[in-house]
Design a protein around this ligand. Structure first.
Ligand code: PMP
Length: 367
């Protein structure tokens, strides 16, 4: 068996140790005589798996007791609707038909979030990096926030454009909501700074199918009447994410990934590893005369590194050569072209070194 270096933006590479453990436990989980996939979500085995996954997520992220941890379905695109369905009504005082929220647009994903939210309330684009082609994050001082907004939404890491918040904005008393799909658990964060965090699992946490939602208690109970019950945070919180059948297998794998992260030393150690990996790639991109990354240095993502070749006619040849060396999924998103290396937690430093070695060879051949 040979495993490739998989630079996919998601679903993405997972720790090999986790996959091996899942394979070992596939037919008979801990002597239960069942696969996790076959268990009742209300049986004692799965209740234990679920509780452990939640406990580990709490430990890793340092989630305070006044926040609920929910394992939801619908992915981050689902959350683009679920967040406003639950929160945007908070600001609607008597006589106000619609609630309102602030959105900071830093790339394709937050743009999509803002567009979806506008179905459920009034969306104010507090800042947008679009005029600069999303190559940097608009400075906090230039944001036009509305103190009456129900929440301020940001995307902590734009998976397509490769820009990332390296510190989080102060938005006063308005709850900060973050889509952390592509950088959750890649570094320590102070959860107290947020009202709500959501993230699809399929980059740093596990397989697709489960969305982690961390929500502060006071934000529960404000859902619009039209909010589907299965997407009502309060109902899900009251039933321990079991208002409907949860994505049991995805939660189980996420739990194994969390345990693996803890064994690696937690998020501080993981952040150091991620910084070291990204530095190898960015240092080379900055010295290369053939490849370049266009993002403002201070806003560059440690997770998704887009880059362009000097001559895009060579893109296909670059991708074929990478594939031949066991490196896959390097093609950039169709909206920006070029290449993108996604180097999430589970990408080993060897993968990044192999990529840079190949890029050097390619540059020497074609420069
Ligand atoms: N937000 C971000 C930052 C993402 O990277 C993605 C997926 N690439 C999404 C939202 C959408 O996630 P999903 O397809 O799981 O709904």
């Amino acid at each position: 068996m040979t495993r490739v270096f998989n630079f996919s933006p998601g679903p993405a590479t997972l720790p090999e140790a986790v996959l091996r453990q899942a394979a070992d436990e596939m037919l008979d989980w801990h002597g239960s005589g069942m696969s996790v996939m076959e268990m009742s979500h209300r049986g004692k085995e799965f209740i234990a798996i679920h509780a452990e996954a939640e406990q580990l997520a709490r430990e890793l992220l340092g989630i305070p007791q006044n926040y609920k941890v929910l394992f939801m379905q619908g992915g981050a695109i689902g959350e683009n609707a679920i967040v406003p369905l639950n929160l945007i009504g908070r600001s609607a005082g008597s006589g106000q038909a619609r609630g309102k929220a602030d959105y900071v647009v830093t790339g394709d994903w937050s743009k999509k979030s803002a567009k979806e939210a506008a179905k459920y309330g009034t969306v104010n684009i507090a800042a947008s990096g679009e005029a600069g082609k999303f190559m940097s994050i608009p400075k906090r001082a230039d944001w036009k926030l509305d103190t009456g907004a129900s929440y301020v939404h940001i995307c902590s890491n734009e998976t397509i454009g490769g820009v990332q918040f390296h510190s989080f904005p102060d938005v006063g008393n308005v709850p900060l909501v973050a889509d952390m799909s592509s950088d959750i658990m890649s570094r320590p964060i102070d959860v107290n700074r947020f009202g709500l965090i959501y993230a699809g699992a399929q980059k740093n946490m596990g397989p697709s199918g489960v969305t982690l939602v961390v929500v502060r208690d006071d934000l529960l109970g404000h859902a619009l009447p039209a909010c589907p019950s299965a997407f009502d945070y309060k109902l899900q919180a009251e039933s321990d994410s079991m208002f409907n059948t949860p994505p049991t297998y995805s939660i189980y794998i996420a739990g194994l990934v969390f345990k693996h992260m803890k064994q690696q030393g937690g998020l501080k150690a993981i952040e150091e590893h991620n910084r070291a990996k990204a530095k190898i790639l960015y240092d080379y991109l900055d010295e290369s005369k053939f490849f370049r990354n266009p993002v403002a240095k201070e806003d560059r993502s440690l997770m998704n590194v887009p880059f362009k070749l000097k001559d895009e006619a060579l893109d296909d040849s670059f991708l074929r050569g990478a594939q031949a060396r066991g490196m896959i999924q390097l093609k950039g998103h169709r909206s920006v072209g070029g290449m993108r290396a996604s180097i999430y937690n589970a990408m080993p430093v060897e993968g990044v070194k192999a990529l840079v070695a190949y890029m050097k060879d390619f540059e020497a051949q074609h420069a």
